[in-house]
Design a protein around this ligand. Structure first.
Ligand SMILES: [Zn+2]
Length: 232
């Protein structure tokens, strides 16, 4: 069956979820502060949350990143969303700064199978934040039609199971790229620094994923770590 597009693009709000103090060894240390952003798509069938930011209570993360954590539920309320109404959560990947507040919501959480496998490795994430009761997971191998006009697209590279969200309404396409690119400028330039990929063997995949998203000719692209956007 052909995917159903929406006649009108739903509203998409940015959720400012955390700031991190980037340590000297971090590839983006020169930035000083790392911004952590999630998004909510105000879909007619119920809000869809993309990435849930940093959690609380990890001594390791507190020590490494001295995070300022903002409450996901409060951020949702600011844009008119009651957390009990959230229809679906999409985690672009399971690093600690993208799944940290999954437990604050009740909705199913969509991930790639490859990401769940990757997340079991030591030092990959905060295991407690990447863990959920089994019934909340929705695990995919590749692309998924999540709702009318909303497609999850597998974009491996930054991690083995990274995924992005593509929203289509009318003639417009909006891409929620997650960490497929770290910055809007890199997306626009079609580049991914090798330090941003899972390991160097994933660099070609990362570039393929970026090409795939760019080929959709999106009117707007938003990112997990950059408040700047790419617009057509
Ligand atoms: Zn990451």
């Amino acid at each position: 069956m052909e995917p159903v597009a929406l006649r009108v693009l739903p509203g998409i709000d940015r959720l400012h979820l955390a700031e991190l103090a980037l340590p000297a060894w971090h590839p983006r240390a020169a930035d000083g502060v790392g911004l952590v952003l999630g998004y909510v798509v105000h879909h007619p069938d119920g809000p869809i949350v993309v990435d849930t930011g940093v959690g609380r209570g990890s001594d390791l993360i507190d020590e490494l990143y001295r995070p300022t954590v903002h409450d996901l539920v409060a951020r949702l309320a600011e844009v008119g969303v009651d957390e009990r109404d959230v229809a679906a959560v999409v985690c672009s990947h399971l690093h600690f700064d993208h799944c940290g507040q999954n437990a604050s919501l009740r909705a199913p959480v969509h991930v790639q199978a490859a990401e769940r496998v990757a997340a079991v490795a030591p030092h990959y994430t905060v295991p407690e934040w990447a863990a959920l009761p089994e019934e909340r997971w929705r695990v995919a191998n590749g692309d998924v039609e999540l709702a009318d006009g909303v497609r999850i697209v597998a974009t491996p590279g930054h991690t083995p199971g990274h995924q992005s969200v593509v929203v289509t309404g009318g003639d417009e396409v909006v891409v929620l790229a997650g960490q497929c690119a770290y910055t809007a400028a890199e997306f626009a330039g079609g580049t991914v620094p090798v330090e941003d990929v899972h390991d160097p063997s994933w660099h070609a995949s990362a570039l393929d994923s970026l090409r795939r998203l760019r080929s959709l000719q999106p009117a707007r692209v938003v990112f997990a770590h950059d408040a700047a956007e790419v617009t057509a």
